[in-house]
Design a protein around this ligand. Structure first.
Ligand SMILES: Nc1ncnc2c1ncn2[C@@H]1O[C@H](COP(=O)(O)OP(=O)(O)OP(=O)(O)O)[C@@H](O)[C@H]1O
Length: 449
């Protein structure tokens, strides 16, 4: 544990007050800013958990417009920061306005050092709890290694995988390309008693039909021209571990029959071999195809389908996972900025809007590639929509209509808050500075589930 002092940002233009506060808050590392611009610069630089913000900032020292503007900017940049606003003695209405905008608390001048110290200690405590909570929720959300999500449907799938992993049941993962089927298949393996054995993946669509059989079942020396030595197949190689059959919908009919036989009897015969070899594998398979339609059209065996789908899991596409686009983008940015040694901190507002508006036909894979490329190409310290190569046309045009503008802003704020709070409504409401029922109402109003 480091015993470094905790940082507090003081936004105050009165030099006398600055001095006084510096002295009474000596237990903290006090960072001082005298106006909105420098406050934002210091916020970006130090990321303080608590900001003490005087609402009467220049040029509007007698009003609160500049202070309220600063408050909104601070919260939009860092929704987890606790902002305590400082107001004049008779300025209750602005204090209430600030709370409505998401300030954590307010404090009226002239200030009482003891009360202020108490308020700051409490804000730091709440901030610490929330950070820990987010960390734990995130950890819980990603009990499947490498899987990032905060959306309700995906978290539900994680829970399902956790439940089915220890059993030996065959799992069928259904979902569009790039939705994370292989990540989930690995999750099944990692959380199963077979985790210390092999996870063997084979993509049935990537191997020519003529080779697939020998690839799966192996062959004896001389089984066919070119079979120079005995070779074991992937099924046998996965013995005691997990076999992941990707793109199972592309398995040719004759092999479907062979696979079915293996699943029923749990023995294989190598090509050109004479004996049956017992193999103990857990089978997980996946496809982006509509197997039911394939069965109707005679392209997939119904009996094999039932064997494979003891547990069947439908993975939603990225566009149906509220909040995940931004969360994944942030995680990929962090990863690639680190790996590529680039100092890039986050996304601009237009990039966030574009990320949320894009339909992601290639799902998480498309997102990962896009962020990696943008991390390499970006010139500034933040990634813009242009860096992402997302067509400006894909971002909703900025509306003139105030109601629509408000709704757009609300939608972005709610998605971001949900992403930041790993889908917890209670936390998201707190980040947004509204009550839970208000958040539910807001989500219903803007059509978010
Ligand atoms: N929820 C997630 N969190 C983090 N990374 C993810 C997530 N989902 C997918 N990925 C990453 O996206 C890429 C594509 O995922 P994956 O290969 O599992 O998709 P898939 O559904 O199996 O695709 P395909 O059907 O095309 O084989 C991988 O690099 C994977 O690590």
């Amino acid at each position: 544990m480091s015993d470094a002092k905790q940082k507090i940002l003081l936004v105050e233009d009165d030099l006398g007050l600055q001095k006084q506060l510096k002295w009474s808050l000596a237990d903290y590392e006090l960072i001082v800013a005298a106006d909105r611009d420098s406050a934002i610069a210091q916020l970006r630089r130090h990321e303080p958990p608590v900001v003490l913000l005087d609402l009467g900032l220049p040029p509007d020292v007698d009003g609160a417009t500049e202070g309220l503007e600063a408050l909104q900017q601070i919260l939009s940049l860092s929704p987890v920061t606790k902002v305590i606003v400082v107001t004049g003695n008779l300025d209750r209405s602005n204090a209430v306005k600030a709370i409505r905008l998401g300030a954590y608390d307010f404090f009226q001048k002239p200030f009482d050092p003891d009360v202020l110290a108490l308020m700051i200690a409490r804000a730091l405590h709440v901030h610490g709890l929330e950070t820990e909570n987010r960390r734990l929720t995130r950890q819980r959300g990603s009990s499947l290694q490498g899987l990032i999500t905060s959306s309700e449907p995906m978290l539900k799938i994680c829970r399902t995988i956790e439940k089915v992993a220890p059993a030996n049941a065959t799992v069928l993962l259904l979902g569009e390309s790039g939705t994370g089927k292989e990540v989930l298949a690995r999750g099944v393996h990692e959380l199963s008693p077979r985790s210390n054995k092999r996870f063997v993946a084979i993509n049935c669509a990537a191997i020519p039909d003529t080779l697939l059989e020998s690839e799966l079942f192996g062959y004896e020396k001389g089984a066919f021209t070119g079979a120079a030595k005995q070779t074991i197949g992937r099924i046998e190689y996965a013995n005691e571990g997990t076999l992941f059959l990707d793109e199972i919908g592309d398995l040719p009919m004759p092999l479907q029959a062979k696979l079915l036989r293996f699943l029923q009897e749990r023995v294989i015969e190598r090509l050109g071999g004479r004996g049956e070899i017992p193999v103990d594998v857990r089978v997980v398979c996946a496809t982006h195809r509509d197997l039911a339609a394939m069965i109707r059209e005679g392209g997939f065996r119904e009996d094999l389908y039932y064997r494979l789908s003891e547990i069947s899991v439908n993975i939603p596409p990225l566009r149906e996972r509220p909040g995940d686009a931004v969360l994944l983008a942030q995680a990929f940015l962090e990863r690639y900025a680190r790996e590529l040694g680039r100092r890039i901190r986050g996304f601009t507002a237009d990039a966030l809007a574009a990320l949320e508006a894009h339909p992601w036909p290639g799902n998480v894979r498309e997102m990962e590639n896009l962020i990696k490329r943008a991390t390499i190409m970006a010139d500034g310290s933040q990634i813009t929509a242009a860096d992402l190569g997302l067509d400006a046309g894909e971002v909703e045009p900025r509306p003139f209509n105030l109601r629509q503008a408000r709704e757009n802003a609300e939608r972005i704020a709610v998605s971001r808050a949900l992403a930041h709070s790993d889908g917890s409504i209670a936390q998201a409401a707190e980040l947004l500075g509204i009550t839970r029922p208000t958040l539910y109402d807001l989500m219903a109003k803007i059509g978010m589930k």
